[in-house]
Design a protein around this ligand. Sequence first.
Ligand code: DGT
Ligand code: MG
Length: 388
Amino acid sequence: LKSSEDTPSFTVKSYACQRRTPLKHHNTFLTEALEILAENAEFGENEGRSVAFRRSASVLKALPYAVRQMDDLKNLPCLGEHSQRVIKEILEDGSSREVESTRQSAQFQAMKALTGVFGVGVRSADRGFREGLLCPSDLIRTGQKLNKAQQAGVQYYDDLNRPVTKQEALAISQIVERAVNSVLPGSIITLTGGFRRGKEVGHDVDFLITHEEEGVEEGLMPKLVNWLDEQGFLLYQKTTRNSYLESKDGPARPPNNMDRFERCFSIFKLGQCSEDSSAVLETGSDDSGTTDNVNGTTRQQPGSSWRAVRVDLVVSPFSQFAFATLGWTGSKLFERELRRWAGQEKGMSLSSHALYDSKQQRYLRANSEEEIFAHLGLEFIPPCERNS
Ligand code: DGT
Ligand code: MG
């Protein structure tokens, strides 16, 4: 016989890929605080610490109730001593001193502002901060040497830090579909990343492109980029080649993090969206957007007829498409946990290209995300519940 309990008897599995994590949850006031500490740890290049805070936050996102007292955390996995201390302080005092002082610190704010520039990573931001830089315009004022990506990052800083709406993402989908179908009819285009998980806004728009006829997707990216450029849709682009097959270590050692698909990091010029998002197709090379030069950075004026949007385009061979879709849907923590589960619990190696079974010494094929979850012995989690 089961004994009756007064605390919610809700069990949470320990890997994020074993649980359902909706976009909206009940513990935002706690998860936002823990994620400040995670972000700060990333700025200090302390990956272990950052992942620990992200895992704690992720467990709270999966709870069907709001945490009110420490007792509500009984039997939950992944909550380290430090995270528990922070949670306790917030529950008792309304806020955590460590979180608040981090949030207020000049270093955290400068790192946030500088890494907010497209093309500026944690290393360069840290170097900049040590040299006294506090904000993007300092990059210009002090005459820092900037590469092409960073120049574009500074130039479109305001736009790129304004959230991209679902409507804008759909408008860009229409452009990408038109472009892809002009250069390779019959291609399949999937909106991935946060929008596939049901997010209402994002920092960029991610697309995965493939074609059922394996091989015909080769050479697609340069043609696609050309088309978009000729039509005036690109403010910036950098394409990296597919290096999967030619890599020396070969597919037997799938890369753990960065994948090797042909990929284009770009900044789109998006015309004003009307309600039905059709006005955008008229944009083309229309240059009527008014800009104004501030400290050498070009800032878009409110009311301008276009905005800059970060767009990632990835081309995958059809045989890898399921893996690529899973790998590009996120969240980042969900992806990380999938790979950890595969390695630690199944003796397998998962990447955005393939799944390798070390015991059987062979690759496991899959035509859908469902098949990949099945290979991994996991219950299928739909995209909208991968918001770990
Ligand atoms: P956001 O910030 O609203 O754009 O949120 P997400 O979830 O769309 O994040 P994003 O765009 O940075 O990345 C989308 C997913 O794609 C992310 O969950 C992990 C994956 N991803 C991003 N960059 C890479 C990469 O270089 N290699 C691989 N394999 N996956 C990546
Ligand atoms: Mg994204």
